[in-house]
Design a binder for this molecule. Structure first.
Ligand code: SF4
Ligand code: SF4
Length: 292
């Protein structure tokens, strides 16, 4: 079974459209929308019946029982995240600054601090024509998109094993930030999506470096090559020199955020255009040397 993720340089490069098109080349499969900040695949893929829904709990956060607190201030003094303030003589916890290290609970002499799991969001499983779709909604003001992404990925792998499916195809968060790490770890291939312009190249270079540092094979799809043909050719060459196992150009795949988003009738054309790229990608990832 392979785990492959599409990751855009930014939100306007057509990653969602390309994910939908590639999914049609390998169905049935498990699709996972691991871009938990802005999921959109669920808006485009209707389900059969009701979505299965489950709450997601992550870090345990401290809570103070003031009936047992003797206002000694030791928790305040020991918190190196400055997540505890003393309001007058009472400790007060700022959950946004807390990293759940639990030190305050260890130093509290009266056992006034306990830790409770926090609900960070909800994830869903939907049965679709292509197989199964996993997606999530983060809780209000929760900053745990990376863990929710990791949860979707692990659930996707388990589901693929249960159904004997060959592929978990993920749409990862765009750009470069820490949310990418749970997606990239031990991934079979990262398909990076870029456009041929100066900023696209800069972001792509950073993404390629990160993937190769994590020992993840990289393939690149260069969208909108029809607009900047010379730059697109140079970028494709550059990607190969930088270590991409595969690079291909696409003339103009629309993005969901475009003034004219993709129309359903455009997807079959795109699927045909991607057939050769996908066949090569499967071959290259099948013969990939074991990671060190
Ligand atoms: S769990 Fe750690 S970071 Fe959070 S309030 Fe306690 S000491 Fe501070
Ligand atoms: S360490 Fe415990 S007893 Fe002391 S102020 Fe904090 S919660 Fe209260």
């Amino acid at each position: 079974m392979r785990e492959i993720a599409l990751i855009g340089c930014d939100r306007r490069v057509g990653t969602t459209t390309l994910t939908l098109a590639l999914a049609q080349l390998q169905q049935p499969l498990v699709l996972a929308d691991c871009d938990c900040d802005r999921p959109d695949l669920d808006l485009l893929l209707p389900g059969h019946g009701e979505d299965a829904r489950r709450d997601f709990f992550a870090d345990k956060l401290p809570a103070i029982n003031f009936a047992r607190c003797d206002n000694c201030g030791l928790c305040y003094q020991s918190c190196n995240r400055e997540a505890i303030l003393m309001i007058g003589q009472y400790p007060d916890i700022n959950p946004a600054a807390c990293d759940s290290c639990q030190v305050c609970g260890l130093v509290c002499p009266t056992g006034a601090i306990t830790f409770r799991p926090q609900e960070f969001g909800t994830w869903f499983q939907r049965e679709i024509d292509l197989g199964a779709l996993l997606f999530a909604r983060r809780g209000f003001c929760q900053e745990n998109g990376g863990r929710l992404s990791a949860k979707l990925r692990s659930e996707g792998v388990q589901l693929a094993h249960e159904r004997n499916l060959d592929l978990v195809l993920m749409k990862g968060p765009p750009g470069i930030h820490f949310h990418m790490h749970p997606i990239l770890d031990q991934l079979d291939c990262a398909v990076l999506v870029a456009t041929p312009d100066k900023y696209g190249k800069q972001r792509l270079d950073m993404q390629i470096d990160l993937c190769l540092d994590m020992n993840v094979p990289v393939a690149v799809l260069i969208n909108r090559s029809g607009i900047e043909t010379t730059l697109a050719m140079k970028l494709e060459e550059h990607c190969r020199e930088a270590g991409a196992i595969l690079a291909a150009q696409l003339p103009n795949v629309p993005a969901l955020l475009d003034p004219e988003p993709p129309r359903p009738e455009e997807i079959p054309e795109l699927v045909t255009a991607l057939e050769s790229f996908w066949a090569q990608l499967l071959e290259l990832t099948a013969t990939e040397a074991p990671r060190t």
